[in-house]
Structure formats: C-alpha cells, structure tokens
Design a protein around this ligand. Structure first.
Ligand code: COI
Length: 359
C-alpha cells in the first residue's frame, strides 16, 4: 500500500532536535512524524499517510477508549557503525501484531502495510538517531478501535498509528542489574485469556503490582502462573531467561509459551542466537522454588530479562514472600554479557546477520 507523504513544512534543525532529546527517558522524546492509516468495513485499509506528529482529535465515544480494543507493538531501529539504519525483525513484529489483533477481533494489518509504515517513518526521521550506540529509535505501532459508538461489539472503524521516540536503556543509561519482586497476590493473565496478545489492558493491569514492587525498592514485578502460583512466567514488561552453569557448561532456560505469557521477539531471537554461541537453550518450566534453590546451590548462575525496550537486562536480586536472594554475586554475568554483546553486534551491523533479522 502506498503511503502518502505529508511531512512537516519546516523540519527542526539539528540543534532543535538535540534540545528535544536532552531526556531520552523511555517514551518521551518523540520524533516529528507518524504514520496514520484508517480501516473501515466499507473501505478496508485506506488513507495511509506519513504526517507531522501532533495530537489527535477523538470523539468522547471513541470505543477503543472504553472497552480496550487496542493492541500495540514495540520494535527498534539502530544506527550501524557505517552510519546506515537497520530495524530489528519488523516482520516478526508485524506477525505478532496480526495475532494480537485476531485475538481482540480487530482487522489484521497486512505485513506489507506494517513494513511500508516502518520504512516510511524510519526513512523520514532517521536523522533523529544519534551516532551513539547507547541510543536507538523505538518504534511504537498502535491499532485501536476508532468508531464512535458505545455498542459492545467489534468496532467497524480502526486506526493504525506508527510513532517513534529516541531512547536509551529502559532502566536508564547504564546497564545495571535490576531487582525483581515476585507477586503472589496478583495474576497477569490466565490460559484462554489475552496474556498471549500484546493488548493495552495487560499493561494497565500490571501497574498496581508494579507500583507496589517499586515502593519496596524493586524495579519489576515477576508474574507466576495464575493457577498454582508456582511457575515463573515473565516480568512486568519483558521475558526471563535463566542460566545454569558457566563457561562451556552454561545452558539457558526460559519458561515455555503457556498461552498466558507474551511471545517476545527478543526471546525468540535468543533461543536461536544462544545455541549458535555454544550455549544450549530450552523452553522449560521454572518454578519459584527451583529458582531459589538453584541460586542457593550455585547451579543457577545468572538470570536476565529481555525485550525490545529492556534489551538484555541482568537480574541481580529477587524478593518474594519468603525473603530475598541474590543471583550469583549480584553483578552482570558472563553469559548475559556475551549474549547481550552478540545481539547488539547484530543490531548495530557489527556482526554477521545470519538469520536476516535486520531490515
Ligand atoms: C517492549 O519491550 O517494547 C514493550 O512493549 C514493553 C514495554 C512497554 C515495557
């Protein structure tokens, strides 16, 4: 689908851009453009435009605001050491957005439309990505029900938006081990629910447990399975990996996709990248008890979180109802560093991209 380009009349100067990106805190330094596409029952996908980033005018009865028919994605564009710009696995994000849309009875944005939007926005705003490896361009595709109705049924009009902001690490500029707290009070999702979809409501539901964890000095909440409250699922907004052993004997484990946790694109990449680096990786259930015992006995040596926003973030400490324990010596482990360097090397165009992940 052709995206009509209607860029700003007067682009910001480099110094104005620099001023707008003095804070690269997650989700704050937006670029000058976005892509907007409409969908209606009569016309399908139409009115695809690249245009200035500006506020939307919405009817108070915009149904997506009321019943949460909204799904989103998060992907990143990186500047390579040669100056070119690459986007990490946009096709995988397009497919996941289609799956999320299906679950919420929304029209599925075609992969070509998703990719055309990414290409158009990145081409237009690529000068926003500084030549600083710590900084990347986070792309946020959003699909929401835009029909003016309060009837509780699948909407008949939708809007797809793609916006972008400049960001550093999700947990601040320096990669530091984070502290996580297990919640045994709240559940994120149940099998058959919407946990496997990247829908807005899942994130709204995480805010209270996340705030309670933060009040006690933790960075993220750890979700357990909603039935037995025994199996570790994921963090507030990212997946988890566990490292057993070290050096040549290291192996990785991540919880299997149970239907209630999100199929992370970074998670999927690591399941392929780690074995290529000589670290076998498996999807295996991990109980909270095993996590604690493994750390106490020294078999479980490292744990890290992963996601588009979080990249690879080491976990240093875990809090639970039965007390707090440290993972390894609480610092970033060797396997975590190796994987992080390898993934980042591919994203920055410094290492061979054998899976053709970069566009
Ligand atoms: C991402 O990693 O891109 C996410 O969507 C999670 C974020 C909202 C914390």
């Amino acid at each position: 689908m052709h995206i009509v380009s209607k860029p700003v009349a007067r682009p910001l100067t480099p110094s104005q851009r620099a001023e707008r990106t003095t804070s690269t805190a997650f989700g704050s330094a937006f670029t000058e453009h976005l892509v907007s596409v409409r969908w209606s029952e009569e016309r399908g996908w139409h009115e695809a435009e690249l245009r200035p980033y500006e506020p939307l005018v919405l009817d108070p009865a915009t149904v997506g605001l009321h019943y949460g028919q909204a799904v989103f994605e998060g992907l990143k564009a990186f500047r390579s050491h040669t100056g070119s710009v690459g986007v990490f696995r946009p096709d995988a994000h397009a497919r996941r957005m289609r799956a999320s849309a299906r679950r919420l009875m929304m029209p599925e944005p075609p992969e070509e439309l998703f990719l055309a939007a990414v290409d158009a926005l990145v081409a237009q705003d690529q000068q926003w990505i500084p030549d600083d490896p710590a900084i990347s361009l986070y792309l946020r595709p959003l699909l929401f029900a835009s029909e003016r109705t309060l009837a509780l049924r699948p909407a008949r009009e939708y809007r797809f938006l793609l916006m972008a902001f400049v960001t550093e690490g999700y947990f601040g500029p320096a990669q530091r081990p984070v502290r996580v707290q297990v919640t045994e009070t709240y559940s994120r999702a149940a099998a058959g629910g919407t946990g496997g979809a990247k829908c807005a409501g899942n994130y709204a539901g995480s805010l209270l447990p996340q705030a309670e964890a933060q009040e006690q000095g933790f960075d993220q909440v750890v979700w357990l399975d909603p039935v037995e409250r025994r199996w570790v699922e994921e963090l507030g907004g990212m997946n988890l990996f566990f490292v057993y052993g070290s050096g040549r004997d290291a192996r990785l484990v991540t919880p299997p996709l149970s239907g209630s946790l999100l199929a992370g694109v970074t998670r999927d990449a690591l399941l392929r990248l780690a074995p290529a680096l000589g670290v076998p990786a498996a999807e295996e259930p991990m109980s909270l008890e095993e996590w604690r015992r493994g750390c106490a006995g020294g078999e479980l040596t490292e744990v890290f979180a992963c996601g588009t926003a979080a990249r690879i973030t080491p976990v240093g400490e875990v809090g639970s109802a039965d007390g707090t324990w440290t993972i390894g010596d609480g610092t970033t482990g060797e396997v975590t560093t190796r994987l992080s360097d390898a993934l980042f090397g591919i994203q920055r165009g410094e290492l061979p991209d054998r899976w053709s992940w970069m566009r």
